[in-house]
Design a protein around this ligand. Structure first.
Ligand SMILES: [Zn+2]
Ligand SMILES: [Zn+2]
Length: 135
């Protein structure tokens, strides 16, 4: 059952539906990330992230289902303990400290922007899909 989002927000949900967030626009960025940590923790060739200020992301349900994994010092990735879906990227470093990044793939309602860049393209395996963006 889709929860109708409030105007100016979008809904993201894990595979089992146990965890759901409402993210309020405007988002800050949307990029494809090819870094080794994203690729291995998500078991994927690329992870597409959309970033919000922490105050713009509200857990509608299931936050207690999330488990945390510190993928590097000060950087925590949370995932659903029921279905394994990777849900958040949160870091205490620099400009990311006030942000929470969510996988674009988890959104079940439209967001306010499309992917517009590639992060860590040098770490991309040759077989992973790639889209070139103008500089
Ligand atoms: Zn789940
Ligand atoms: Zn990454």
């Amino acid at each position: 059952m889709a929860t109708a989002p409030e105007p100016g927000t979008a809904i993201a949900r894990c595979h089992c539906g146990g965890v759901e967030v409402a993210a309020t626009f405007p988002s800050r960025f949307c990029v494809h990330c090819y870094c080794w940590s994203c690729r291995t923790t998500h078991a994927a060739g690329v992870v597409t992230w959309i970033g919000f200020n922490r105050t713009q992301v509200r857990f509608v349900k299931g936050e207690q289902l999330l488990r945390a994994y510190e993928s590097s010092r000060g950087t925590v990735r949370r995932f659903c303990s029921a279905c394994g879906t990777r849900f958040t990227f949160e870091s205490s470093h620099g400009r990311w400290a006030e942000e929470i990044h969510l996988p674009l793939a988890l959104f079940v309602t439209p967001v306010d922007r499309e992917p517009a860049g590639n992060s860590f393209p040098a770490e991309r395996p040759g077989w992973a899909p790639f889209h070139a963006f103008p500089e």
